[in-house]
Design a protein around this ligand. Structure first.
Ligand SMILES: [Fe+2]
Length: 411
């Protein structure tokens, strides 16, 4: 009897978290027109409407279709449009063409969300433990897409010469920078990876890693420090750059972080703003982060160094996403928030890694090639989503996320 009550309580809290997560996505879309939500600014980014639909497809496919007897798909043609990359789910619309999907409309997608949400809430108290696990994965998945929603709408509005603002922010830049200090890292064998609680498959198993003598910076590199790198000819000094990175900045004519102008302003979700010199620099690639560390006489931390340094920091604290609205990195935050921090570690399987069973096993494992790990969280990460063992990952040229850099050094 006590166990039954415990299960009911777990189901109630899962239902509440599911409802809150689904509501936040709708709130994020509230300021957008159907046209705003349909634009795809570049092949790596997706239309806002697609995010609303794809997260719904995930729940409809992996929970309702697979675990709720008698459920019939809201529209049998839509999985083709809104499957992202799951080969196990068959053919799908080409990712770079997502911006061509003017139908279904944003309102039709909202209707679909309502239908799926009602079916999920009805099913939650009676579905199997395996399906409950997938609902948890669906919540975490939707949170990841909430972050992508914001970075993709930033990329969308950045394309428009009218410089539309997604929302307004209060407060002026503070320009007052916390002094850089070095934290001595531990040396020897440590343990990294997720021990308990929800974690993605790629964070497991927990295992030993060897740390060499090192130091890690107390804060991220700021916009003001990045400006010094630019003023010092950082982007035109070949010896600072990896060969592949140098080819890339010349081919793409990269001279400053994405969204920066040369007049001390940058484009943000709140429109064009003065750059705050004290805030962490954002929208830099791995290539740029790595070159900066060389200029600064430092290096990138490894993922094990980062995780061990901040394993006891509270991942709930910091500038993260609490409610729908424009977000941007601010000064004075901790390791979790403002910007994801590039590490020098390739996104590879941990010793003993096993992908989840079934089609959701495609979630992370198949991307373990050509990508680097980022640690922490950003101003667009829903609070509660990240943790020290979290492994975000992007290719070395990606810049449209809130990505920054924290320095490390050999000791
Ligand atoms: Fe997804």
């Amino acid at each position: 009897m006590a166990t039954r009550r415990h299960e009911e309580q777990l189901s109630d809290s899962l239902a509440a978290r599911l409802a809150a997560t689904r509501r936040l996505t709708l709130d994020l879309a509230a300021p957008l027109s159907d046209a705003d939500a349909t634009v795809q600014p570049h092949p790596d980014a997706s239309p806002a409407k697609w995010h609303l639909a794809h997260t719904t497809w995930f729940f409809e496919t992996f929970i309702l279709r697979d675990h709720v007897p008698g459920y019939s798909l809201h529209d049998e043609r839509w999985p083709y449009l809104f499957n992202s990359y799951y080969e196990g789910e068959g053919e799908r619309h080409a990712r770079p063409r997502r911006g061509m999907i003017s139908r279904p409309s944003l309102d039709e997608i909202r209707d679909w969300r309502r239908v799926v949400d009602m079916a999920l809430q009805e099913a939650l108290p009676v579905i199997s433990p395996a399906a409950v696990k997938l609902v948890e994965l669906g919540i975490q998945h939707e949170q990841q897409h909430q972050e992508l929603f914001l970075t993709d709408i930033l990329a969308t509005f950045a394309e428009n010469p009218l410089e539309p603002a997604y929302g307004r922010v209060d407060g002026a830049p503070c320009h007052s920078t916390e002094p850089l200090a070095w934290i001595d890292g531990r040396e020897g064998l440590v343990e990294i990876g997720a021990a308990s609680g929800f974690a993605f498959d790629c964070e497991r198993p927990r295992h030993r890693a060897l740390l060499h003598p090192h130091r890690i910076a107390n804060r991220c590199v700021t916009n003001g420090e990045w400006q010094q790198f630019i003023d010092d000819g950082g982007y035109s000094t070949a010896t600072l750059w990896l060969s592949e990175a140098w080819d890339w900045i010349r081919a793409e004519r990269i001279e400053r972080p994405l969204y920066w102008y040369d007049d001390g302003t940058h484009f943000t979700l709140a429109g064009r703003l003065e750059i705050d010199r004290a805030a962490p620099v954002a929208h830099i690639s791995y290539y740029e982060a790595e070159a900066f560390t060389r200029w600064a006489g430092a290096r990138l931390p490894t993922e094990a160094e980062w995780e061990d340094a901040f394993a006891s920091s509270d991942p709930m604290i910091g500038h993260q996403l609490d409610r729908a609205g424009p977000v941007l990195p601010k000064p004075g935050g901790g390791p979790f928030g403002d910007v994801w921090q590039w590490t020098g570690s390739a996104f590879l399987p941990y010793p003993g890694f096993k992908p989840e069973a079934g089609t959701v096993g495609e979630y992370n494992g198949k991307f373990m090639c050509g990508q680097f790990v980022l640690k922490g969280a950003s101003c667009a990460t829903p609070r509660g989503h990240s943790r020290a063992s979290y492994r975000n990952f992007f290719p070395p040229s990606a810049r449209w996320q809130f990505t920054g850099v924290r320095l490390a050094q050999d000791a």
